[in-house]
Design a protein around this ligand. Sequence first.
Ligand code: 3PG
Ligand code: MG
Length: 399
Amino acid sequence: MKSVSDLGDLTGKRVLIRCDLNVPLDGSTITDDGRIRASLPTLTQLLGAGASVVVMAHLGRPKGAPDPKYSLAPAAKRLGELLSVEVKLASDTVGDSAAEVVAGLSAGEVAMLENVRFEPGETSKDEAERAALAEKYAAFGDVFVSDGFGVVHRKQASVYDVAKLLPNAAGTLVKTEVDVMKQLTETPARPYVVVLGGAKVSDKLAVIANLLKTADTLVIGGGMVFTFLAAKGYEVGKSLLEADQIETVKGYFAEAEASGKQIVLPTDIVVAPEFKADSPPTVVPADAIPADQLGLDIGPESSAAFADAIRSAHTVFWNGPMGVAEWEAFAGGTKAVAQALTEVDGLSVVGGGDSAAAVRQLGFADDAFGHISTGGGASLEYLEGKTLPGLAVLDEQEG
Ligand code: 3PG
Ligand code: MG
């Protein structure tokens, strides 16, 4: 994988770059600009090298047609503020507006194409359709830089196919993220503890199976924990439950037992009668969740135990909140886990756009952690041992 510095003299060159600017929005207000900030170092480097820059990015999952709700306008504006350079947003992705904006660029200037997912070819499963779109992207640059770590697990035209058409390199964000992922997968200082939360077990099946081989301890919270508690034979009341995953989870228990790994589950749960921010919370033992209540966070005893497990590790990876962290009454577990990560003597990694936004919203500073990954799905797939198309293509095209 080449670096930007391997691309040679960029003076007067036009650099086409894929960034992940998929930020959470409330209407047109960005609620967490972490991914935009994370894209600054490479952009600044390119502009400093005398290049002009054409940014490709996506927002959300529009259905392959322009939809103002998914416009990159808020991201373009914020990026411009942070770079102190106007970001000229085209009104289309590869149409007349894009061609005009790109043709008018001078060294040191930045253009952005509208949401790449407004083009049906971007996410198409048809290679030829993707390749045809990638040709249009490639016409906008002399070289291609891949810096959207959050999308490198997607085999999409602006991530994968375009890299085959231009001299390419990984940007500093992708390089940094891959370095951290390598530390986690190749030589983690032990004990290596992985904390998983979030709603669905089924999303995390493959990564759990692989982590049972690579990590020493798996700590489980969040909505998916109720499937684990159910697999222990506990009643979980009205809590989230994926009944069809219970047998798989039992298999994890057996595998952990056989290989001497630990799966740490909560011993107490914060329950409430309804899924509402102001629903009255009660703490109950994890094996005594009342039938008319649902679990919305791990309890204080579990928070303390999880924090101990985390602090005793030399490598920690965490993905997914422990409860409904955006609601004060159910944020305790997530806060405790985040706090413990800041106290790790070793490498602590917060994985994922959503987890990263959650810790910032809880008031933690980015530099309190060893690394905050901008990629949730991408980092999980990396830990799963999968080949990520957006990274593999950079290696394939080398030389
Ligand atoms: C993300 O938000 O996880 C990335 O931007 C990728 O988005 P996607 O899951 O819609 O491909
Ligand atoms: Mg996501």
